[in-house]
Design a protein around this ligand. Structure first.
Ligand SMILES: Cc1cc2nc3c(=O)[nH]c(=O)nc-3n(C[C@H](O)[C@H](O)[C@H](O)COP(=O)(O)OP(=O)(O)OC[C@H]3O[C@@H](n4cnc5c(N)ncnc54)[C@H](O)[C@@H]3O)c2cc1C
Ligand code: FES
Length: 257
């Protein structure tokens, strides 16, 4: 059972309109893998539950999170400054099994706030000798994490308004640039993940997708985050999996989305 810990904010910056970047010093940093997440707890009494936020990058003793302000919890996190304490549980979830992708041509795809977990993933894949391509989808020219991603991957950008890169979504950029992959790893809004699942099936590519379900406990106890699986769970005999513990990363073929 993972324990809560008190992390210390060492850096807090605004990356673009509504997008914030915080780095926290914590004991659990050494255990974190790409694709895992943390539950971050707001201090305010009227926001009891933790907020799941992906691990964006791991440095010596430090975890970096990049998030969009959506409601009360993320608004509070956006006001954190260096020296503040914040309660977290990390790392949580399964993450990507990058050892299994060694030597492969891997395309990481992120849409909107699904972009942050792709940074640590690209970094790790690059270290493991994969040929890494990153395709990131933004609304407009308010880009974030693009310069970090360029250090580890050949980067292509898609924007909804066409202001940077390919006009459209990540798959439009894949097609426009004739990007070939053995494996796709993706995180983003559900319509994007559905389209990637379909594209991967048609092109005989293995796709791993990271699901962003609403979560209450984040540690497998409340069943608030279940998704539908194609196969029955051998233990419980139901077509369900908890996104917070069996996920958030699934082989796209194994989940009904
Ligand atoms: C595994 C995982 C990783 C995530 N990683 C990131 C990330 O790296 N960056 C980022 O900006 N966002 C990420 N999200 C989404 C983020 O958790 C929500 O935006 C955040 O919880 C909103 O909290 P709030 O208090 O600001 O909003 P409110 O709308 O006030 O939240 C109310 C409740 O709903 C939950 N909730 C609301 N939206 C979501 C959502 N999309 N997903 C899950 N729970 C939600 C909150 O946790 C809270 O319990 C992730 C979600 C999951 C499940
Ligand atoms: S959030 Fe409670 S079981 Fe997943």
């Amino acid at each position: 059972m993972k324990m809560h810990e008190t992390a210390t904010v060492v850096k807090a910056v605004r990356l673009s309109e509504g997008i914030y970047d915080i780095e926290v010093e914590c004991k659990s940093a050494g255990e974190a893998r790409p694709g895992q997440f943390a539950m971050i707890y707001p201090a305010s009494k009227d926001t009891l539950l933790g907020r799941p936020i992906s691990i964006c990058e791991v440095k010596e003793g430090i975890i970096r999170f990049v998030f969009r302000v959506v409601g009360k919890g993320t608004k509070e996190f956006s006001e954190l400054k260096a020296g503040d304490s914040v309660r977290i549980i990390a790392p949580l979830g399964n993450g990507y099994d990058t050892n299994a992708y060694k030597g492969k041509k891997v395309t990481v795809m992120g849409g909107g706030i699904g972009i942050p977990p792709m940074l640590e993933l690209a970094k790790d894949l690059n270290k493991k000798g994969c040929e890494v391509t990153a395709v990131m989808g933004y609304r407009d020219n308010a880009l974030f994490l693009n310069e970090d991603l360029e250090k580890y991957a050949k980067l292509y950008i898609a924007t909804e308004d066409g202001s940077v890169g390919t006009k459209g979504n990540v798959l439009d950029a894949v097609k426009a640039n004739a990007i070939k992959s053995d494996i796709i790893c993706a995180c983003g809004p559900m319509p994007m993940l559905r389209a990637i699942k379909q594209y991967a099936k048609e092109n005989n590519i293995t796709a791993y997708i990271s699901l962003e379900e609403r979560m209450a406990c984040g540690v497998g106890a409340c069943l608030g985050c279940v998704c539908k699986t194609t196969e029955k769970d051998a233990h419980s005999h139901v077509n369900n999996a908890r996104v917070c513990t069996e996920g958030p990363v699934f082989n796209a073929e194994d989940v009904e989305i």
